[in-house]
Structure formats: C-alpha cells, structure tokens
Design a protein around this ligand. Structure first.
Ligand SMILES: *Cc1c(COP(=O)(O)O)cnc(C)c1O
Length: 380
C-alpha cells in the first residue's frame, strides 16, 4: 500500500529523541525503569492539563478499565452495561473482575451506546454503566450522566480513544467517576509500546487504583488489597512527556482531515456512503469511519488504488465466541448493521494534503460520476 492504514513512520520525527532517552535512562545512575520520576512527571502533566484529581499511569488501556472496576468494588453478582459494538476490553474487563457485561445496542449513526437501550438494560444488579467513545464521536455523556444519577448506578467512561476531546467543555475521561486512556502505538497519543492511564475526579478512587496497579501496596511491602502488576515504564513516560506539547496540534490536524472528508462525503448518503455525524461538539478523531452499503466493494476499490482501510469491528461483541455465552438471548440490529457497513479511512496527522485529496477522490470515484466532478474544496 502506498498509503497504508497503519503508517510505519509514526515516530520517525522523534526517533533520535527516543534513542537519546533510552541511552539516558539506560545509563542513569538510579537504574530506575518503572514508576520513577518520569512517570510521576507524566502523570502530573496530564493531571494538571485535565484538572483531574488524579491520573495513574498503568500497563494498558485494558488494564486501566480493570483497575477502575476493581477500585470501585465492581465484582461477582454485579452487572455492567456496555455497548454491543466496540472493542473486546469492554466485555473482558468486566468479566475479568467477575461481573457480567450486559450488551446494549448502539445509536445507528453515532455508533456509540444508545442511551435509551442502556437505560432499558438496567436491572436490580446493575452496578455501573460503561459507555465507550467511538470513532469520530464521543458517547452521549450528558445523557449517561443523567441516567446514572437518576437510576443510582455508577458511571465509568471508556475514553481510550478520546484523549483530548471535549463535550460541553468537559474533557473525555472526566464525565464519569473515572475514565481511561490508551497509549498503544496506533491511538491518538500512542507511543512505541504498551501503556494506559486511569483519570479521575475522585482522589480516593485514585488512591485505590494507585495501590491496585502495584500489587495492592500503600507503601513497599504493605499490601492493603489484592492488586496486580500494571506499572508504567520510565522510558515511555519520558518519551510521552516529550510528545505531549505537540499532541494538540496533531489532534487539530486529524480534525482538519476529518472535516474535509465529511464535507466532501456528506452528499454521498443517497449513494450508500454515510460519513459520521457532524454536529460539532464532542469530536474525537482516532479513527475516521464511513458507513458504506457496499463496504467490501469500497475497500477493494481503495486497495486497487494503493489506499489502505480497515474494518473496526467485523462482529458485535455479543456475537464473539468469547462473549456469546455471557450474552442474554437478544439481538443488536444496529450493532450488526454497523459491523457490515463500517470502513475506516487513513487519518493520521502526517498525511499530506495531496494524500488526503487522493483518498477523497478515490471514495468519490467509487460513489459514481455524479460526484466525481464536484469542484475541489481545498483543505483549510
Ligand atoms: C484501545 C482501546 C482499549 C484498550 O487499550 P489498550 O491500551 O490497547 O489495552 C479499550 N477501549 C477502547 C475503546 C479502545 O479503543
């Protein structure tokens, strides 16, 4: 692929810095490789920027979800309502603490959990709601916050893909009692390795998560609770501190590309190509997904032109062999439809304007001649 979906040169500009950091920490007098000064500074920088009570860096976004659920005391006998369309950790993190995921269908256009479906899924055993932000849009957090308050259940936010996004001025991650970020390579604030974070407005929950990520210790060899090993790497922390100041610009570039796509693709709805909703607030552009009637046809058409694309996700969570035994007999028509239609286009910040145009033109060409000869609208 000339324009791969997963670009191999994400860190090329920072490669020298990365190698310098490896040498510096690798030869440092302290020989401190986890949970040291760099991790503390990284957590502080995120906490200050967000205005959170605490940010706890940990092993991955998946681990962060598990730490939050355990920190909140979610466990055996409890139910957690999760979207039927999304990534596996939504279900596996809940099962991992011994609770049961209850799958709610999604809104057909936003592709995030439908608040009415989530509310219908609440039972006497429901302990928490766990909506997830998806490709291009945040979940409807104002509605979820209202439902959680009114029904007396707790609210956790899977904001793994939405770091840097806001809705009504409230950052993704701070809508619920806790949120999570993922720093895995391909995420918007990805890094060359595994990592994640828990973010919270609740200092006491933060204290529990901090213990849980390091074997339940309040201090060395004092184990107050049964914890796990989900610690953070000093080399990665130093590298993320270096990359943090440029993050907002990279997000802006993603948004610019997404807005260009949406502007050009909005007229294609009658041709079976539907861009994500375009109502301004609560955008996150980790991935840009179209819903396409002939999805496989478009994917092939793009591949023939050297353009990579990706199907997130081919199956609703409750249809996966791992989770089907935990799904009540039910169907999720909107999630099923999304799985058949969704296609993600390249959107990484170092795509050049002419690459964006090339991808845009290829999609327009697939839509047919009526759209192909529209006047070019240049990137802002
Ligand atoms: C990536 C992702 C996760 C998991 O993050 P990892 O760091 O890969 O473990 C969780 N939830 C969502 C919505 C994600 O996209």
């Amino acid at each position: 692929m000339e324009l791969p979906f997963f670009p191999p040169d994400l860190f090329e500009q920072d490669r020298k810095v990365f190698l310098d950091i490896v040498r510096e920490i690798g030869t440092g007098p302290e020989q401190k490789f986890i949970l040291g000064e760099q991790t503390r500074r990284f957590e502080d920088a995120l906490r200050e920027e967000l205005g959170a009570a605490d940010v706890i860096a940990c092993g991955s976004g998946t681990a962060a979800l598990g730490l939050v659920l355990r920190g909140m005391g979610v466990g055996r006998g409890d139910e957690v309502v999760v979207p039927a369309f999304g990534c596996a950790p939504l279900a596996s993190a809940v099962l991992g603490v011994g609770a049961a995921p209850v799958f709610a269908d999604i809104d057909p256009h936003r592709m995030t959990a439908d608040p009415d479906e989530v509310e219908r899924s609440i039972t006497g055993r429901t302990k928490a709601l766990l909506p997830a932000h998806m490709f291009s849009v945040m979940a409807d957090m104002p509605r979820f916050a209202e439902i959680a308050r009114r029904r007396g259940v707790r609210l956790v936010e899977d904001s793994a893909v939405a770091q840097g996004a806001e809705r009504h001025g409230v950052p993704a991650g701070l809508w619920g009692e806790a949120g999570v970020y993922s720093f895995v390579q391909v995420k918007s604030f990805g890094m060359p390795g595994e990592g994640g974070a828990v973010v919270t407005r609740d200092a006491e929950l933060g204290r529990r998560v901090r213990m849980l990520r390091n074997h339940g210790q309040s201090r060395r060899f004092v184990h107050e609770v049964i914890g796990t090993n989900s610690r953070f790497d000093e080399i990665q922390a130093a590298f993320q501190l270096h990359r943090l100041p440029g993050f907002a610009d990279r997000l802006r570039r993603r948004a610019e590309i997404a807005e260009h796509y949406t502007r050009r693709f909005a007229p294609l709805a009658d041709r079976g190509i539907v861009p994500p909703p375009d109502d301004g607030d609560g955008r996150c552009y980790y991935v840009y997904c179209l819903q396409v009637q002939d999805r496989d046809g478009l994917q092939e058409h793009l591949a023939d032109r050297g353009i990579g694309s990706h199907v997130y996700y081919p199956q609703p969570l409750p249809h996966q062999a791992a989770f089907a035994p935990h799904a009540a007999a039910s169907c999720w028509p909107n999630a099923e439809r999304a799985c058949e239609r969704i296609l993600a286009l390249p959107i990484y910040p170092h795509l050049a304007d002419h690459d964006v145009d090339r991808i845009t033109e290829a999609v327009l060409e697939f839509a047919g001649p009526a759209h192909q000869d529209r006047p070019e609208s240049p990137l802002p």
